[in-house]
Design a protein around this ligand. Structure first.
Ligand code: S3P
Length: 439
């Protein structure tokens, strides 16, 4: 078991580039595999989750070559060129892989079985099995088809016009990807806009994708053509050094090339409402996605009431947002966020329990929490569990940098899921991060 320990030290400073975007990296591998011809990708996140996606497409006959760090060449096989995998596909911790791949596999002419680690096998799959079944898909899973392993007997599908009950990019993408291999127009309407990387990237590969408010439509049987793609750095990874710099007095850091897609910048919106000093420099476009360099300086944060409409664009950042709120002045109220309970862990319960162990004052609610901030910083001096969730682990490591006493985080192995090199990058900014031992 990997244990990491962080403690208070000097201000953070310097300019760094965080890991590549996880969502965009998954899609680059998937769409490059389904396109015709060669796709060249650079800046790919080589985290465990994306490596699982690469493994899945290799198992279905796609040649994917690593050229250099983050640089890959994908020899696309076209929409009907995948081959039946000769074994179960294990996707580890990768929820995006499992849900998006289910959409791809439902319309193939072969059978496949998807599984994953303990966390992934406990996450809700009914949300994709339901719309795919409406399209005619044949999917079996445990617990009345709600849990993986999923057995997918590919078959010809029919298009649907799906009203999704959740704002989920994974649900939206699963249906749109099933629609790609299906004659006619498939559409999804969401209750609020979730991240739109699928729509953007499919259009850049040549698919007909149209948006009308919260409804997005894709035409079946496009010709996808291989592309040259650069993956921006991940705003969800940037969130950790960002909150650390805001909390540690005297800090002044720059994070370069961070993805600024408006469906992903909710944390910045919330932190700015709290009084954060975050400057966007050199705003530009990289491969159809907006990016900027972010200069972040220590700021006195104040508690806020989180506007529910911001939640989808900050969905992965709530663990570290809890840390910011626990050290802000006054009260922070989060509600209508029960999706956090079905992420890599129950993120409401994990953050409430861990922050209480560090001396924070907060109350758990079914759909969020009420946090009473301590602007002088938390006591710390405790051991907390990551519940094997990468974002929970990194959030408590950030907390430890601003607590009065060190914080030890157990089960940090999964940090590599989304942010390989996290500890080294934080040390490069001046943070005290040590390999530790359980107490
Ligand atoms: C993702 C969508 C989000 C997010 C996840 C990545 C994606 O999940 O939490 O980390 O790449 O599509 P939901 O679709 O469940 O909201």
């Amino acid at each position: 078991m990997r244990v990491l320990r962080t403690f208070k030290g000097k201000p953070l400073s310097g300019s760094v580039s965080v890991a590549g975007d996880k969502s965009i990296s998954h899609r680059a591998i998937m769409f490059g595999s389904l396109a015709e011809g060669i796709t060249q990708v650079s800046g790919l996140l080589e985290g465990e989750d994306v490596l699982s996606t690469i493994g899945a497409f290799r198992a279905m006959g796609v040649e994917i070559e690593k050229q250099d760090a983050g640089a890959y060449t994908i020899h696309g096989v076209g929409l009907d060129g995948l081959e039946e995998p000769d074994n179960v596909i294990d996707l580890g911790n990768a929820g995006t892989s499992m849900r998006l791949l289910s959409g791809v596999l439902a319309s193939q002419s072969f059978m496949s079985i998807l599984t994953g680690d303990d966390s992934l096998r406990g996450r809700p799959m009914g949300r994709i099995v339901k719309p795919l079944t409406l399209m005619g898909a044949r999917i079996l899973g445990r617990d009345d088809n709600r849990l993986a392993p999923l057995v997918i007997q590919g078959t010809e599908l029919v298009p649907i016009d799906y009203q999704s009950p959740v704002a989920s990019a994974q649900v939206k993408s699963a249906v749109l990807l099933a629609g790609l291999n299906t004659a006619g127009e498939t559409s999804v309407t969401e209750p609020a806009l979730s991240r739109d990387h699928t729509e953007r990237m499919l259009a850049s590969f040549g698919a007909e994708v149209e948006r009308d408010g919260l409804r997005v439509m894709v035409d079946g049987w496009p010709t996808l053509t291989g592309q040259t793609l650069r993956v921006p750095t991940d705003p969800s990874a940037a969130a950790f050094p960002m909150v650390a710099a805001l909390l540690i007095p005297g800090s002044d850091i720059t994070l370069t090339g961070v993805g600024m897609n408006p469906t992903r910048t909710g944390l910045i919106t919330l932190l700015e409402m709290m009084g954060a000093n975050i400057e966007r420099l050199d705003e530009r476009d990289v491969g159809g996605e907006p990016v900027a360099d972010l200069r972040i300086r220590h700021s006195e944060l104040k508690g806020i009431e989180v506007p529910p409409e911001v939640i989808p664009s900050a969905i992965d950042e709530f663990p570290v947002f809890f840390v910011a709120a626990a050290m802000a002045e006054g009260e922070t109220l989060l509600r209508e966020a029960k999706e956090l309970r079905v992420k890599e862990s129950d993120r409401i319960a994990a953050m409430v329990t861990g922050l209480k162990a560090l001396g924070a004052t907060l109350e758990e609610r079914e759909d969020g929490a009420i946090i009473q901030g301590q602007p002088q910083g938390l006591k710390g001096g405790a051991e907390v569990d990551s519940h094997t969730d990468h974002r929970i682990a990194m959030s408590f490591l950030v907390a430890g940098l601003a607590c009065r006493e060190p914080v030890t985080v157990l089960r940090c192995d999964n940090v590599d899921t989304s942010f390989p090199g996290f500890a080294g990058l934080m040390r490069g900014l001046g943070a005290n991060v040590e390999e530790g031992r359980a107490l």
